[in-house]
Design a protein around this ligand. Structure first.
Ligand code: ATP
Ligand code: MG
Length: 352
């Protein structure tokens, strides 16, 4: 069989360091499971933007198109505005490749102190399924009467039947392979058109998954429950904006942004999906060899799963569990003193 091809975009700052780490762990697990994976690196980044005036070349999307997956470190750097790194790279990739699912698994691991004192290790294990291409993040709207007392701004949300159907289906199918429980984030008591429509479509899709329990929660109450009782959740399905907020809240609940992974998926597998840690380029610790590589390594495990290697993915997650449980291989963000290389060494040993 031809090797599966992976496009690697290390990006900026610690993105580069955690990508090296993820590659090392991927090599170890590929060895063990005899996987054939090949990699090509692209230096697309804010650094490139500062030197050449663009995050990626004009034909960047076409270049990525033939790959089986994209592994991203992090993009962003002081002096380059967020909208440049977002609209110059991340958003074009998500949109061009129809990555309509943003998946954010959340777990409280043994050895990682959650800010919630009642969240015992192992007790929190859920996934946020965020709609990634429509909803509240649209370009429709505008500002009128600028500078006048009656100035106003309008921002439209776009929810399509196809869009809500496919994200709901993804959430229910995912839950069916887990603890069979879906929570749908809504606010149909306050938002009159889009979210009642969301509720209606989710209920229709739920009927096709009779073995999966589900309920709808208003986003405000859901945010509170995520803090007070995170153990109760299995799969949370949410619109683009609600999912964005819940994902960051959830990463904080789990104890450190340094361990949080994410996947931008095209579940139809027509286009390459993209896997990246939740954290950014962390300029404050870049170049020190201090970055926690777990978020990137766990993202690589999500990639293995998507590429059809669930046993290899499970081994990587088991190695993460073992290395976090050992105080000697915890990085500074987790209260330890280990550097990136020491964590990678432990992960590779666990896989050996
Ligand atoms: P961006 O705008 O790219 O999201 P940011 O500055 O908002 O960047 P991060 O780069 O994620 O966010 O950094 C937030 C804080 O978390 C920083 O203090 C950073 O050092 C810390 N941090 C982020 N990722 C890691 C990691 N993998 N290991 C250790 N600390 C991290
Ligand atoms: Mg940020």
């Amino acid at each position: 069989m031809a090797p599966q091809r992976i496009a690697v975009i290390p990006g900026d700052g610690i993105g580069v360091e955690v990508t090296v780490a993820a590659r090392a762990v991927l090599d170890a697990v590929a060895d063990r499971h005899r996987l054939e994976l090949s990699y090509e690196e692209f230096d697309w980044s804010c650094r490139r933007h500062m030197e050449q005036g663009a995050m990626m070349p004009p034909d960047g999307i076409a270049v990525l198109r033939p790959y089986d997956a994209i592994l991203l470190g992090a993009v962003g750097w002081p002096g380059v505005p967020d909208h440049v790194s977002l609209w110059g790279l991340l958003i074009p990739i998500r949109r061009a490749f129809r990555q309509y699912v943003n998946l954010r698994p959340v777990r409280v691991f043994d050895g990682v102190a959650s800010p919630l004192r009642h969240a015992a290790p192992g007790s929190v294990d859920f996934v946020v399924v965020r709609e990634n291409v429509e909803g509240e993040y649209s370009e429709i709207g505008g500002r009128m009467n600028r500078g006048f007392p009656d100035e106003f701004a309008v921002q439209e949300s776009v929810f399509t039947r196809a869009g809500v159907t496919r994200i709901a289906d993804h959430a229910f199918a995912l839950a069916a392979g887990r603890r069979s429980y879906v929570t749908s984030a809504t606010k149909s008591n306050g938002i009159m058109h889009t979210l009642p429509f969301w509720d209606e479509v989710v209920a229709e899709r739920a009927a096709r998954f009779p073995e999966v329990r589900w309920d709808a929660e208003h986003i405000d109450a859901l945010a509170a429950k995520l803090v007070l009782d995170p153990q109760r959740f299995d799969v949370i399905v949410a619109s683009n904006l609600f999912g964005d907020i819940l994902s960051d809240l959830a990463a904080a609940v789990a104890g450190s942004i340094g361990i949080a992974p994410s996947a931008n998926l095209d579940p139809t597998r027509t286009y390459p999906s993209m896997f990246e840690p939740v954290h950014g380029s962390a300029p404050d610790i870049a170049g020190q060899g201090a970055a926690n590589p777990v978020g990137a390594v766990w993202s690589a495990a999500l990639m293995l799963e998507h590429l059809g290697h669930p046993a290899a993915a499970a081994d990587v997650v088991a190695a993460i569990e073992a290395s976090l449980a050992d105080p000697a291989t915890r990085t500074r963000d987790l209260g330890g003193t280990a550097g990136t290389a020491a964590v990678v060494g432990a992960l590779v040993d666990h896989l050996g």
